[in-house]
Design a protein around this ligand. Structure first.
Ligand SMILES: CC(C)(COP(=O)(O)OP(=O)(O)OC[C@H]1O[C@@H](n2cnc3c(N)ncnc32)[C@H](O)[C@@H]1OP(=O)(O)O)[C@@H](O)C(=O)NCCC(=O)NCCS
Length: 166
């Protein structure tokens, strides 16, 4: 299938918001924000979030099929690092290669922008996501115990990093 990687802008707010609602509802371990919190985000607020330039997406034609946060630190001492997440592809397109295009796009953008380390947190029970990240070379750097509480249940996170060379 033909997928396109792009930075998301205000114009993508509606599609991004509906994917985010699907993700928080169906894949809660993949998000810090709850479904209820996502549901209270207005379209205007969603547009403002995208306008900050820290979200990337993958499209099939004009349809947004997935997105991820991509945040580079502005501090001089931390500018070699960038944080990924949340990372989500809509259920119909999981296993289709869309996630690969999104991750490859982020890695390439990081490389050309001089980022030398990508970082993310993933729930230790999220086996599919962990395998996906490992396939791209991410490795576990640390484990955060009691990182997130989902419906009152404690979850641990793996902190994973990918070193990028120019
Ligand atoms: C994580 C995600 C982006 C991966 O994209 P994807 O298109 O589903 O990825 P793939 O189909 O290539 O699967 C990744 C790996 O998991 C394996 N896999 C597939 N289904 C699986 C399952 N039910 N259990 C365990 N592993 C599974 C695949 O075989 C593949 O392994 P391989 O690289 O060794 O072949 C996507 O599944 C997603 O959006 N999940 C919901 C949100 C989420 O959890 N995001 C991560 C937050 S940190």
């Amino acid at each position: 299938m033909d997928f396109r990687y792009a930075a998301l802008t205000r114009e993508n707010a509606q599609q991004w918001q509906s994917l985010r609602l699907e993700g928080t509802r169906d894949f809660p371990v993949g998000f810090l924000v709850t479904e209820q919190e996502a549901a209270t985000t207005s379209l205007e607020r969603a547009a403002d979030i995208l306008a900050s330039g820290t979200t990337r997406g993958v499209f099939s034609g004009k349809v947004l099929t997935g997105f991820c946060g991509f945040r580079r630190s502005q501090l001089e001492r931390l500018r070699h690092r960038a944080e990924l997440g949340p990372f989500f592809v809509t259920a119909r397109f999981q296993g289709s290669g869309a996630a690969d295009v999104l991750m490859s796009g982020v890695i390439e953008e990081a490389r050309t922008g001089g980022v030398e380390q990508l970082e993310l947190f993933v729930d230790t029970e999220n086996v599919r996501a962990i395998r996906f990240y490992q396939r791209f070379g991410f490795a576990q750097a640390a484990r955060f115990i009691d990182s997130v509480r989902i419906d009152g249940r404690s979850h641990d996170d793996d902190f994973m990093t990918l070193r990028i060379s120019g």
